[in-house]
Design a protein around this ligand. Structure first.
Ligand SMILES: [Fe+2]
Length: 471
Protein backbone atom coordinates (compact mmCIF):
# COMPACT_ATOMS: atom_id res chain seq x y z
CA UNK A 1 0.00 0.00 0.00
CA UNK A 2 1.70 3.17 -1.16
CA UNK A 3 0.33 6.44 0.09
CA UNK A 4 1.22 9.93 -0.96
CA UNK A 5 3.62 11.34 1.59
CA UNK A 6 2.33 14.17 3.75
CA UNK A 7 4.43 17.24 3.03
CA UNK A 8 3.27 20.23 4.99
CA UNK A 9 4.57 22.56 7.62
CA UNK A 10 2.91 22.73 11.01
CA UNK A 11 1.36 26.19 10.91
CA UNK A 12 0.17 26.44 14.51
CA UNK A 13 2.21 27.26 17.60
CA UNK A 14 1.57 26.64 21.28
CA UNK A 15 3.14 27.94 24.47
CA UNK A 16 2.85 24.50 26.10
CA UNK A 17 6.48 23.44 26.80
CA UNK A 18 5.59 19.96 25.56
CA UNK A 19 4.72 21.48 22.18
CA UNK A 20 7.71 23.81 21.84
CA UNK A 21 11.45 23.33 21.30
CA UNK A 22 12.13 19.74 20.41
CA UNK A 23 8.67 18.73 21.60
CA UNK A 24 7.09 20.68 18.71
CA UNK A 25 5.71 18.42 15.99
CA UNK A 26 7.00 18.32 12.42
CA UNK A 27 4.85 18.13 9.30
CA UNK A 28 6.73 16.35 6.56
CA UNK A 29 7.13 12.66 5.88
CA UNK A 30 10.46 12.15 4.10
CA UNK A 31 12.95 9.50 2.98
CA UNK A 32 16.62 10.40 2.93
CA UNK A 33 20.12 8.96 2.83
CA UNK A 34 22.83 7.90 2.93
CA UNK A 35 23.10 10.18 5.95
CA UNK A 36 26.04 12.46 6.66
CA UNK A 37 28.50 11.06 9.22
CA UNK A 38 29.53 13.71 11.79
CA UNK A 39 31.74 11.48 13.91
CA UNK A 40 33.02 7.89 13.83
CA UNK A 41 31.62 5.49 11.27
CA UNK A 42 28.63 3.21 10.76
CA UNK A 43 29.64 -0.37 11.70
CA UNK A 44 29.74 -2.49 8.53
CA UNK A 45 27.97 -5.36 10.31
CA UNK A 46 25.08 -3.21 11.52
CA UNK A 47 22.05 -4.39 9.52
CA UNK A 48 18.49 -3.57 10.45
CA UNK A 49 16.40 -0.63 11.51
CA UNK A 50 16.06 1.44 14.66
CA UNK A 51 12.44 2.56 14.77
CA UNK A 52 11.07 5.00 17.31
CA UNK A 53 7.55 6.25 17.97
CA UNK A 54 6.42 9.47 19.64
CA UNK A 55 3.60 12.01 19.83
CA UNK A 56 3.45 14.42 16.91
CA UNK A 57 0.05 16.17 16.96
CA UNK A 58 -0.80 17.24 13.41
CA UNK A 59 -3.58 19.69 14.33
CA UNK A 60 -3.43 22.05 17.29
CA UNK A 61 -4.90 20.15 20.25
CA UNK A 62 -7.70 21.65 22.35
CA UNK A 63 -5.64 20.69 25.38
CA UNK A 64 -2.46 18.69 25.59
CA UNK A 65 -1.11 16.43 28.30
CA UNK A 66 2.30 14.92 27.65
CA UNK A 67 2.83 11.98 27.30
CA UNK A 68 -0.80 10.95 27.05
CA UNK A 69 -1.86 12.12 23.58
CA UNK A 70 -0.84 13.20 20.09
CA UNK A 71 -0.69 11.57 16.68
CA UNK A 72 1.95 8.86 16.45
CA UNK A 73 4.93 9.38 14.18
CA UNK A 74 7.53 6.71 13.45
CA UNK A 75 11.13 7.67 12.73
CA UNK A 76 13.29 4.90 11.29
CA UNK A 77 17.02 4.64 10.69
CA UNK A 78 17.87 1.74 8.41
CA UNK A 79 21.45 0.47 8.36
CA UNK A 80 22.95 -1.45 5.49
CA UNK A 81 26.52 -1.91 4.24
CA UNK A 82 27.99 0.81 6.45
CA UNK A 83 25.39 3.39 5.40
CA UNK A 84 22.30 4.79 7.10
CA UNK A 85 18.97 5.91 5.68
CA UNK A 86 16.16 7.86 7.38
CA UNK A 87 12.38 7.75 6.94
CA UNK A 88 9.45 9.05 8.97
CA UNK A 89 5.70 8.47 8.71
CA UNK A 90 2.61 9.19 10.73
CA UNK A 91 0.88 6.18 12.23
CA UNK A 92 -2.31 6.35 10.22
CA UNK A 93 -4.76 5.02 12.79
CA UNK A 94 -8.50 5.32 12.32
CA UNK A 95 -8.38 8.43 14.53
CA UNK A 96 -5.70 9.98 12.32
CA UNK A 97 -7.79 9.23 9.23
CA UNK A 98 -10.91 10.84 10.75
CA UNK A 99 -8.99 14.11 11.18
CA UNK A 100 -7.21 13.68 7.86
CA UNK A 101 -10.54 13.49 6.06
CA UNK A 102 -11.90 16.46 8.01
CA UNK A 103 -8.70 18.47 7.48
CA UNK A 104 -8.84 19.70 11.08
CA UNK A 105 -8.82 18.64 14.72
CA UNK A 106 -11.89 16.58 15.57
CA UNK A 107 -11.13 14.94 18.92
CA UNK A 108 -10.97 16.53 22.36
CA UNK A 109 -8.11 15.97 24.77
CA UNK A 110 -7.58 12.84 26.81
CA UNK A 111 -8.49 14.70 30.02
CA UNK A 112 -11.55 16.35 28.49
CA UNK A 113 -12.83 14.17 25.65
CA UNK A 114 -15.66 15.53 23.49
CA UNK A 115 -18.25 13.61 21.48
CA UNK A 116 -17.31 13.25 17.82
CA UNK A 117 -19.78 14.05 15.03
CA UNK A 118 -20.71 10.56 13.70
CA UNK A 119 -20.76 11.96 10.16
CA UNK A 120 -16.95 12.30 10.39
CA UNK A 121 -16.35 8.68 11.38
CA UNK A 122 -15.49 5.77 9.13
CA UNK A 123 -17.59 2.57 8.98
CA UNK A 124 -15.52 0.81 11.65
CA UNK A 125 -15.20 3.72 14.11
CA UNK A 126 -17.13 3.58 17.36
CA UNK A 127 -19.36 6.67 17.74
CA UNK A 128 -19.52 5.98 21.50
CA UNK A 129 -15.76 6.33 21.90
CA UNK A 130 -14.65 9.97 22.26
CA UNK A 131 -10.96 9.01 22.59
CA UNK A 132 -8.77 9.20 19.53
CA UNK A 133 -6.88 6.12 18.43
CA UNK A 134 -3.40 7.48 17.93
CA UNK A 135 -0.73 4.83 18.67
CA UNK A 136 1.98 7.35 19.56
CA UNK A 137 3.75 5.48 22.37
CA UNK A 138 5.60 2.34 21.39
CA UNK A 139 6.75 0.15 18.54
CA UNK A 140 7.44 -3.56 18.76
CA UNK A 141 8.29 -6.42 16.44
CA UNK A 142 6.43 -9.70 16.94
CA UNK A 143 5.43 -12.68 14.81
CA UNK A 144 6.72 -11.02 11.65
CA UNK A 145 4.74 -7.83 12.31
CA UNK A 146 6.02 -4.38 13.21
CA UNK A 147 3.41 -2.94 15.57
CA UNK A 148 2.87 0.70 16.54
CA UNK A 149 1.19 0.81 19.93
CA UNK A 150 -0.83 3.16 22.05
CA UNK A 151 -2.91 2.41 25.09
CA UNK A 152 -6.30 0.69 25.05
CA UNK A 153 -6.45 0.55 21.27
CA UNK A 154 -5.41 -1.88 18.55
CA UNK A 155 -1.74 -2.22 17.74
CA UNK A 156 -1.27 -0.91 14.20
CA UNK A 157 0.44 -3.16 11.69
CA UNK A 158 3.28 -1.28 10.00
CA UNK A 159 4.72 -2.29 6.63
CA UNK A 160 8.35 -2.18 5.44
CA UNK A 161 8.05 1.41 4.20
CA UNK A 162 6.51 2.46 7.54
CA UNK A 163 3.06 2.50 5.96
CA UNK A 164 0.15 1.70 8.28
CA UNK A 165 -1.62 -1.41 6.98
CA UNK A 166 -4.41 -1.40 9.55
CA UNK A 167 -5.21 -2.72 13.02
CA UNK A 168 -3.47 -5.95 14.01
CA UNK A 169 -5.81 -8.88 14.67
CA UNK A 170 -3.28 -11.51 15.84
CA UNK A 171 -4.91 -14.07 13.56
CA UNK A 172 -8.45 -13.40 14.80
CA UNK A 173 -11.30 -11.61 13.08
CA UNK A 174 -11.19 -8.49 15.26
CA UNK A 175 -8.45 -6.00 16.18
CA UNK A 176 -6.62 -6.95 19.36
CA UNK A 177 -6.92 -4.16 21.94
CA UNK A 178 -3.65 -3.84 23.83
CA UNK A 179 -1.26 -1.47 25.55
CA UNK A 180 2.02 0.17 24.66
CA UNK A 181 4.32 -2.14 26.60
CA UNK A 182 4.09 -5.84 25.90
CA UNK A 183 6.62 -8.47 26.83
CA UNK A 184 8.12 -11.52 25.19
CA UNK A 185 8.70 -14.75 27.09
CA UNK A 186 12.41 -15.72 26.98
CA UNK A 187 11.81 -19.43 26.41
CA UNK A 188 8.65 -19.70 24.31
CA UNK A 189 9.01 -16.39 22.43
CA UNK A 190 5.31 -15.78 23.11
CA UNK A 191 4.04 -12.24 23.60
CA UNK A 192 2.06 -11.12 26.64
CA UNK A 193 0.03 -7.97 26.10
CA UNK A 194 -2.03 -5.96 28.54
CA UNK A 195 -5.00 -3.68 28.27
CA UNK A 196 -6.99 -1.98 31.02
CA UNK A 197 -10.48 -0.58 30.97
CA UNK A 198 -11.37 3.07 31.59
CA UNK A 199 -14.72 2.19 33.17
CA UNK A 200 -14.51 -1.31 34.64
CA UNK A 201 -12.00 -2.50 37.29
CA UNK A 202 -10.45 -5.07 35.00
CA UNK A 203 -7.20 -5.78 33.23
CA UNK A 204 -7.21 -8.05 30.21
CA UNK A 205 -4.07 -10.00 29.31
CA UNK A 206 -3.55 -11.49 25.88
CA UNK A 207 -1.19 -14.39 25.25
CA UNK A 208 -0.02 -14.36 21.63
CA UNK A 209 2.17 -17.15 20.25
CA UNK A 210 5.55 -16.45 18.71
CA UNK A 211 3.77 -17.02 15.39
CA UNK A 212 1.63 -13.93 16.00
CA UNK A 213 -1.58 -15.94 16.63
CA UNK A 214 -3.69 -15.20 19.70
CA UNK A 215 -3.64 -18.17 22.10
CA UNK A 216 -5.96 -16.90 24.85
CA UNK A 217 -7.14 -13.81 26.70
CA UNK A 218 -7.95 -13.62 30.40
CA UNK A 219 -9.09 -10.99 32.90
CA UNK A 220 -7.75 -9.91 36.28
CA UNK A 221 -10.03 -8.04 38.67
CA UNK A 222 -8.87 -4.79 40.32
CA UNK A 223 -10.29 -2.59 43.07
CA UNK A 224 -10.96 0.32 40.68
CA UNK A 225 -10.44 1.15 36.99
CA UNK A 226 -6.70 1.80 37.05
CA UNK A 227 -4.01 3.04 34.72
CA UNK A 228 -1.31 0.42 34.12
CA UNK A 229 1.25 1.45 31.52
CA UNK A 230 3.70 -1.44 31.76
CA UNK A 231 4.10 -4.77 33.54
CA UNK A 232 6.70 -7.41 34.26
CA UNK A 233 7.10 -10.92 32.95
CA UNK A 234 9.40 -13.51 34.49
CA UNK A 235 9.89 -17.10 33.34
CA UNK A 236 6.98 -18.33 35.47
CA UNK A 237 4.99 -15.24 36.46
CA UNK A 238 3.20 -12.13 35.32
CA UNK A 239 3.65 -9.25 37.75
CA UNK A 240 1.24 -6.30 37.69
CA UNK A 241 1.96 -3.25 39.80
CA UNK A 242 -1.21 -1.23 40.33
CA UNK A 243 -0.45 2.25 41.60
CA UNK A 244 -3.24 4.48 42.91
CA UNK A 245 -4.02 6.14 39.57
CA UNK A 246 -7.69 5.61 38.82
CA UNK A 247 -10.15 6.72 36.15
CA UNK A 248 -13.21 8.56 37.36
CA UNK A 249 -15.93 9.16 34.77
CA UNK A 250 -18.26 10.76 37.35
CA UNK A 251 -15.61 13.26 38.35
CA UNK A 252 -15.02 14.13 34.69
CA UNK A 253 -18.75 14.62 34.07
CA UNK A 254 -18.87 17.14 36.91
CA UNK A 255 -15.86 19.06 35.62
CA UNK A 256 -13.10 17.24 37.56
CA UNK A 257 -10.14 15.32 36.24
CA UNK A 258 -10.68 12.00 34.51
CA UNK A 259 -7.39 10.67 35.88
CA UNK A 260 -7.03 10.86 39.64
CA UNK A 261 -4.24 10.22 42.13
CA UNK A 262 -5.73 8.36 45.13
CA UNK A 263 -2.85 7.61 47.54
CA UNK A 264 -5.22 6.19 50.16
CA UNK A 265 -5.58 3.09 47.97
CA UNK A 266 -1.85 2.35 48.17
CA UNK A 267 -0.02 0.22 45.64
CA UNK A 268 -1.01 -3.39 45.05
CA UNK A 269 1.17 -5.91 43.27
CA UNK A 270 -0.32 -9.00 41.64
CA UNK A 271 1.86 -12.04 41.02
CA UNK A 272 0.15 -14.46 38.69
CA UNK A 273 1.59 -17.87 37.76
CA UNK A 274 1.70 -18.35 33.99
CA UNK A 275 0.48 -21.94 34.49
CA UNK A 276 -2.88 -20.62 35.69
CA UNK A 277 -2.49 -20.81 39.49
CA UNK A 278 -4.07 -18.29 41.90
CA UNK A 279 -3.08 -14.63 41.82
CA UNK A 280 -1.12 -13.57 44.88
CA UNK A 281 -1.35 -9.95 46.07
CA UNK A 282 1.34 -7.85 47.76
CA UNK A 283 0.76 -4.44 49.38
CA UNK A 284 3.06 -1.41 49.25
CA UNK A 285 2.96 2.32 49.93
CA UNK A 286 1.53 4.60 47.20
CA UNK A 287 3.79 5.13 44.20
CA UNK A 288 3.44 4.84 40.45
CA UNK A 289 5.39 3.14 37.69
CA UNK A 290 5.31 4.05 34.05
CA UNK A 291 8.22 1.83 33.05
CA UNK A 292 9.89 -1.35 34.15
CA UNK A 293 13.40 -2.14 32.95
CA UNK A 294 13.04 -5.86 33.64
CA UNK A 295 11.88 -8.45 36.13
CA UNK A 296 13.26 -11.91 36.88
CA UNK A 297 13.22 -14.74 39.37
CA UNK A 298 16.01 -15.24 41.91
CA UNK A 299 15.33 -18.28 44.08
CA UNK A 300 12.15 -17.53 46.05
CA UNK A 301 12.27 -13.88 45.03
CA UNK A 302 11.05 -11.81 42.14
CA UNK A 303 13.39 -8.94 41.31
CA UNK A 304 11.91 -5.91 39.53
CA UNK A 305 14.04 -3.07 38.15
CA UNK A 306 11.92 -0.01 37.43
CA UNK A 307 11.58 3.78 37.70
CA UNK A 308 9.58 4.99 40.66
CA UNK A 309 7.31 8.05 40.59
CA UNK A 310 6.34 9.22 44.05
CA UNK A 311 3.15 10.59 42.54
CA UNK A 312 1.67 10.75 39.08
CA UNK A 313 2.27 14.15 37.51
CA UNK A 314 0.57 14.81 34.23
CA UNK A 315 1.08 17.79 31.95
CA UNK A 316 3.20 20.80 32.81
CA UNK A 317 1.03 22.60 35.36
CA UNK A 318 2.59 20.60 38.18
CA UNK A 319 6.31 20.31 38.75
CA UNK A 320 8.00 17.24 40.05
CA UNK A 321 9.13 17.95 43.57
CA UNK A 322 10.40 14.40 43.82
CA UNK A 323 11.83 13.23 40.51
CA UNK A 324 11.32 9.71 39.21
CA UNK A 325 14.30 7.55 40.15
CA UNK A 326 15.53 4.08 39.14
CA UNK A 327 14.96 1.44 41.78
CA UNK A 328 14.92 -2.26 42.44
CA UNK A 329 11.92 -3.87 44.13
CA UNK A 330 12.21 -7.38 45.52
CA UNK A 331 9.15 -9.52 46.27
CA UNK A 332 9.86 -12.40 48.61
CA UNK A 333 7.40 -15.13 47.66
CA UNK A 334 8.24 -17.01 50.87
CA UNK A 335 7.71 -14.28 53.46
CA UNK A 336 5.51 -11.87 51.46
CA UNK A 337 7.94 -9.01 52.16
CA UNK A 338 8.45 -6.18 49.68
CA UNK A 339 11.82 -4.44 49.82
CA UNK A 340 13.26 -1.62 47.73
CA UNK A 341 16.70 -0.37 46.77
CA UNK A 342 17.63 2.94 45.11
CA UNK A 343 20.27 3.01 42.39
CA UNK A 344 20.39 6.73 41.72
CA UNK A 345 18.70 9.59 43.55
CA UNK A 346 18.23 12.03 40.67
CA UNK A 347 15.78 12.08 37.80
CA UNK A 348 15.87 9.21 35.30
CA UNK A 349 13.23 7.54 33.15
CA UNK A 350 12.77 5.32 30.08
CA UNK A 351 14.87 2.41 31.45
CA UNK A 352 15.89 -0.24 28.95
CA UNK A 353 17.92 -3.45 28.94
CA UNK A 354 19.27 -5.85 26.34
CA UNK A 355 15.80 -7.02 25.26
CA UNK A 356 17.03 -10.54 24.50
CA UNK A 357 17.28 -10.92 28.28
CA UNK A 358 13.74 -9.78 29.08
CA UNK A 359 12.42 -11.86 32.02
CA UNK A 360 15.88 -13.33 32.62
CA UNK A 361 18.46 -12.07 35.15
CA UNK A 362 20.03 -8.84 33.89
CA UNK A 363 22.91 -6.83 35.28
CA UNK A 364 22.75 -3.60 33.27
CA UNK A 365 20.00 -0.99 32.97
CA UNK A 366 20.29 2.02 30.64
CA UNK A 367 18.31 5.15 31.48
CA UNK A 368 18.57 8.83 30.51
CA UNK A 369 18.97 11.53 33.15
CA UNK A 370 19.38 15.32 33.21
CA UNK A 371 22.57 17.20 34.12
CA UNK A 372 23.42 20.93 34.43
CA UNK A 373 25.29 20.69 31.12
CA UNK A 374 21.96 21.14 29.33
CA UNK A 375 21.49 24.89 29.11
CA UNK A 376 19.21 25.16 26.10
CA UNK A 377 16.18 23.10 27.15
CA UNK A 378 12.77 24.63 27.81
CA UNK A 379 12.33 23.00 31.22
CA UNK A 380 9.67 20.54 30.03
CA UNK A 381 9.48 17.28 31.93
CA UNK A 382 10.79 14.32 29.96
CA UNK A 383 13.91 16.25 28.91
CA UNK A 384 17.24 14.43 29.32
CA UNK A 385 20.82 14.94 28.15
CA UNK A 386 22.83 12.13 29.70
CA UNK A 387 22.58 8.37 29.39
CA UNK A 388 23.38 6.20 32.40
CA UNK A 389 24.59 2.63 32.44
CA UNK A 390 23.55 1.23 35.82
CA UNK A 391 25.37 -1.89 37.01
CA UNK A 392 22.81 -3.47 39.34
CA UNK A 393 25.37 -5.97 40.62
CA UNK A 394 27.88 -3.41 41.91
CA UNK A 395 25.76 -0.25 41.99
CA UNK A 396 28.31 1.47 39.72
CA UNK A 397 26.86 4.07 37.41
CA UNK A 398 28.61 5.22 34.25
CA UNK A 399 27.32 8.41 32.59
CA UNK A 400 27.56 9.46 28.96
CA UNK A 401 26.81 13.19 29.14
CA UNK A 402 25.75 14.73 25.83
CA UNK A 403 26.21 18.27 27.19
CA UNK A 404 23.84 20.80 25.66
CA UNK A 405 22.05 18.16 23.59
CA UNK A 406 18.71 16.61 24.44
CA UNK A 407 18.63 12.81 24.35
CA UNK A 408 15.87 10.24 24.70
CA UNK A 409 15.39 6.60 25.55
CA UNK A 410 18.26 4.36 24.40
CA UNK A 411 17.58 1.11 22.57
CA UNK A 412 20.06 -1.76 22.86
CA UNK A 413 21.20 -3.23 19.53
CA UNK A 414 22.87 -6.65 19.95
CA UNK A 415 26.23 -7.34 18.30
CA UNK A 416 27.39 -10.50 20.17
CA UNK A 417 25.88 -12.77 22.80
CA UNK A 418 27.16 -11.00 25.95
CA UNK A 419 25.03 -8.53 27.89
CA UNK A 420 27.30 -5.60 26.96
CA UNK A 421 28.08 -6.85 23.47
CA UNK A 422 26.06 -4.30 21.61
CA UNK A 423 25.32 -0.66 20.96
CA UNK A 424 22.89 1.88 22.36
CA UNK A 425 20.92 3.98 19.93
CA UNK A 426 19.22 7.31 20.56
CA UNK A 427 18.35 10.59 18.88
CA UNK A 428 20.00 13.84 20.00
CA UNK A 429 18.73 17.38 19.58
CA UNK A 430 20.89 20.52 19.63
CA UNK A 431 18.77 23.43 20.94
CA UNK A 432 21.29 25.99 19.60
CA UNK A 433 21.22 24.86 15.97
CA UNK A 434 17.77 23.19 16.17
CA UNK A 435 19.19 20.13 14.43
CA UNK A 436 18.89 16.44 15.25
CA UNK A 437 21.54 13.74 15.22
CA UNK A 438 21.49 10.02 15.75
CA UNK A 439 24.14 8.55 18.01
CA UNK A 440 25.36 5.02 18.64
CA UNK A 441 27.29 4.21 21.82
CA UNK A 442 29.28 1.08 22.64
CA UNK A 443 27.59 -0.67 25.59
CA UNK A 444 30.90 -2.19 26.66
CA UNK A 445 33.07 0.89 26.32
CA UNK A 446 30.33 3.04 27.79
CA UNK A 447 31.38 6.65 28.31
CA UNK A 448 33.90 6.65 25.46
CA UNK A 449 33.34 8.54 22.19
CA UNK A 450 30.29 7.56 20.15
CA UNK A 451 30.73 4.76 17.61
CA UNK A 452 28.98 6.96 15.11
CA UNK A 453 27.06 10.19 15.02
CA UNK A 454 24.87 10.97 12.04
CA UNK A 455 23.24 14.26 11.04
CA UNK A 456 19.53 13.86 10.35
CA UNK A 457 17.92 15.61 7.39
CA UNK A 458 15.18 17.09 9.59
CA UNK A 459 14.50 17.64 13.27
CA UNK A 460 13.30 14.50 15.03
CA UNK A 461 10.94 15.58 17.82
CA UNK A 462 11.34 14.27 21.34
CA UNK A 463 9.72 10.86 21.35
CA UNK A 464 8.88 7.92 23.55
CA UNK A 465 9.81 4.31 22.78
CA UNK A 466 11.80 2.55 20.09
CA UNK A 467 12.93 -0.87 19.05
CA UNK A 468 15.55 -2.61 16.95
CA UNK A 469 14.37 -4.65 13.98
CA UNK A 470 17.19 -6.89 12.71
CA UNK A 471 17.50 -7.11 8.93
FE1 LIG B 1 5.90 3.99 27.96
Amino acid sequence: MTRTRITETIAWQSDNPHLTGNFAPIGSEIDAGPLQVIEGRVPEDLAGAYVRNGPNPRYEPASYNYPLEGDGMLHALRFEGGKAFYSNRYVRTSGFEVENRAGRRVYGGVMAPQPVDPALLGPHDDPENPFKMSAFIGVQHHGGHLLATGEGEPAWDIGPDLETRGPWTAGTDTPLIMGAHNRVHPVTGDLFALTYDLESPTVTMHHVGRDGQLRRSFDIGLAAPSMIHDFVLTERYLVLLIGPVVFDMESMMSGGSFIQWRPEIGTRIAVMPLDGGDVRWFEAEPFFVFHFANGFERGEEIVVDYVRHQKLYVGYGERNTEPPTPRRLVLDLGTGRVTQQTWFDRVAEFPRIDDRRNALPTRYVYAPTLTPALTGGNGASGTFNCLLRIDTETGDILPHDFGNHIAGEAVFIPRGEGETEGWLATYLYDPETETSDFVLLDADGFGSDPVVRLRLPQRVPQGLHGTWVPA
